[in-house]
Design a binder for this molecule. Structure first.
Ligand code: SF4
Length: 455
C-alpha cells in the first residue's frame, strides 16, 4: 500500500478523528439564527449587478431511502408533495429576484438532492424556464444535475437537455450485489450504462460518476471491480467519497450492520486501491476525492491554482455569490452564508407566506475570510503560502504563531511540511489534509456537532 513513511497504522488511527469536510468556513454547524430573512434580503440587494451568480436548487425527495444516505431528503411515493414543492421553488425564485439589484447573469446552475429527477420532465422545464426569465443564463453556463440512474426516464433526459443541461452526475457508489443489497440500493451496471447512453445521445457532454468506499462488506477487491466497471462508461470526472457513518445524525444508518463496516485501515486501503486504479486509467487526482481527465476544465483549473470548493465539493465555479433554493439549501454570498429552513414544512410555510425561508447563517469577519482562504487553498492545492495569503487579506502571518506551532507538531508526524511560511501536505498524507485545515479552524473547539471521519 502507498501509505508513505508518515502514514503508519498508529498515525492513521490517531488522525481518524472527526473533522469537517470544509465545504465552507465557518462550517454549517456554526451558523447562527441571528442571520435572518431580513439579513438575506439586504445581502441580495448589495450584490454587484455586473457580476454573475451561481444557483443551487435542492430537491429533498427520493423514491426510496438508501441506508448510507447522508443527504437532506425524505421518501415520497406520491407526486403531490413534489408538485407542491415545485410551486414553492417557483415562489422562492420570485421572492429572491425581487431583492436582487437587477436581472443577474448566471454562470452555473446545479440541481442537487435528494433526487432532482423525481420532479417530472414538465415541471423541470417549468422551473428552468422560470429561471431563464428571472436570470440571464450565460450561453456558456454550466448546467448540472445529480441523477439517480434507477429512476430517471428518457423523457427526463430530453427535458433537461432541452433546458441546456451539459453536465450530469450519476450516483453509483458500488456495483457489488452484496453491498447493494445491504445499503438498499440495487442498481445494475446495464441500467447505469443505459442512462449514460441516453445522456450522451441527448448531447450532454459532461459525465460524472460518484463512487464510494467504506460501505459495509466492501473490500479493496470489490471497490476495484466497481471502479473498473465505472471506467467502462468513460466518465470525465469521478468522485470517490468515503462513507460517513453518523447514525446519531442520520438514524437510518443505524440499520446498516456496523460489524460489516471496514475499519480505518481498511478504508485507507480501499481508497488507495480505487485511486490507483483510476489514476492508472489516465485520470488526474483533484483535491482529496475527485478525479478528472487531464484535459477536463477541473484538471486545468487545479493546474492553474484556480480550483474552488463549495457545498457541492470541488468546483470550477468562480462566481462570488451562490444562491440556494429549496429546503435546507445553503447560499454563499460575499457577506456570508445563509441557510434555508431544514424541513420542507417550515420552508413551504415561509415561502408561501411571502417570506425568504432563511433561518440561520454566518456573517463573515475579515478573520473568517482569511482562514477560509487558507483552508480552501489547502483543500484544493495542498499548499499555502501564509505570508502571501495574509497580505492578500490585509493581515499578517504573525497572527498565526499558535497555528504554526500546531503545524510543526503535525510535521513531526509527517502529515505536513513547513518551509518558512509555506505549508505543504505531501502526497502520501493528502487524505489527511482536513486535519491540517482543522489547525486553522477557529470554531472547531466549540463545535456542538460531531463530524465524519477524516478518512
Ligand atoms: S438516492 Fe441519494 S439522496 Fe436519495 S436516499 Fe439514495 S443516497 Fe440519499
Amino acid at each position: 500500500m502507498r501509505h508513505g513513511p508518515g502514514m503508519t497504522l498508529e498515525l492513521i488511527a490517531r488522525c481518524d478523528q472527526r473533522v469537517p469536510r470544509y465545504t465552507s468556513y465557518p462550517t454549517a454547524p456554526h451558523f447562527k439564527p441571528d442571520i435572518t430573512a431580513e439579513t438575506y434580503a439586504a445581502w441580495l440587494a448589495e450584490l454587484a449587478p455586473d457580476q454573475p451568480v451561481s444557483l443551487y436548487l435542492h430537491v429533498p425527495f427520493c423514491a426510496e431511502l438508501c441506508l448510507y444516505c447522508g443527504c437532506n431528503t425524505a421518501v415520497t411515493r406520491s407526486y403531490k408533495a413534489v408538485a407542491a414543492y415545485v410551486d414553492c421553488l417557483e415562489r422562492e425564485i420570485e421572492l429572491v429576484t425581487k431583492h436582487l439589484p437587477g436581472r443577474m447573469d448566471v454562470s452555473h446552475i446545479h440541481w442537487g438532492g435528494g433526487t432532482p429527477t423525481i420532479v417530472s420532465p414538465e415541471d423541470l422545464e417549468r422551473i428552468s424556464s422560470r429561471l431563464g426569465s428571472a436570470f440571464a443564463i450565460r450561453p456558456d453556463a454550466e448546467i448540472a444535475v445529480e441523477i439517480d440512474p434507477r429512476t430517471i426516464t428518457l423523457a427526463h433526459v430530453e427535458a433537461l437537455a432541452a433546458s441546456g443541461l451539459n453536465r450530469a452526475s450519476l450516483g453509483v457508489q458500488d456495483f457489488d450485489p452484496r453491498v447493494q443489497e445491504t445499503i438498499k440500493r440495487i442498481q445494475s451496471f446495464e441500467q447505469t450504462a443505459q442512462v449514460a447512453g441516453w445522456l450522451r445521445q441527448a448531447g450532454v457532454k459532461g459525465l460524472n460518476l460518484d463512487l464510494m468506499y467504506g460501505l459495509p462488506f466492501q473490500t479493496s477487491g470489490s471497490v476495484i471491480r466497481s471502479v473498473d466497471l465505472a471506467l467502462r462508461l468513460g466518465p470525465d470526472r469521478i468522485a470517490l467519497f468515503g462513507y460517513a457513518h453518523v447514525p446519531w445524525m442520520k438514524r437510518h444508518q443505524a440499520l446498516l450492520p456496523e460489524e460489516a463496516l471496514p475499519g480505518a485501515v481498511a478504508r485507507v486501503e480501499q481508497r488507495e486501491a480505487a485511486s490507483a486504479a483510476i489514476l492508472e486509467a489516465g485520470y488526474v487526482q483533484i483535491g482529496i476525492d475527485h478525479f478528472a481527465k487531464p484535459d477536463d476544465p477541473m484538471a486545468l483549473r487545479q493546474k492553474d491554482g484556480r480550483l474552488h470548493r463549495n457545498f457541492q465539493g470541488y468546483t470550477t465555479d468562480e462566481a462570488t455569490a451562490l444562491i440556494g433554493f429549496g429546503t435546507s439549501a445553503i447560499g454563499s454570498l460575499p457577506q456570508g452564508y445563509v441557510q434555508n429552513a431544514p424541513t420542507t414544512v417550515a420552508y413551504r410555510e415561509a415561502v408561501m407566506s411571502g417570506r425568504l425561508p432563511v433561518i440561520r447563517g454566518a456573517a463573515l469577519t475579515d478573520d473568517d475570510r482569511l482562514r477560509r482562504g487558507i483552508i480552501e487553498r489547502l483543500m484544493c492545492d495542498f499548499e499555502v503560502e501564509l505570508d502571501e495569503i495574509a497580505r492578500e487579506f490585509g493581515s499578517s502571518p504573525t497572527a498565526f504563531a499558535s497555528e504554526i506551532e500546531a503545524v510543526d507538531a503535525l510535521a513531526r508526524d509527517g502529515l505536513v511540511t513547513r518551509d518558512g511560511l509555506t505549508i505543504a501536505v505531501p502526497e502520501e498524507s493528502r487524505a489527511l489534509v482536513r486535519n491540517v485545515c482543522a489547525v486553522f479552524d477557529r470554531y472547531l473547539e466549540s463545535g456542538a456537532q460531531r463530524h465524519s471521519r477524516a478518512l
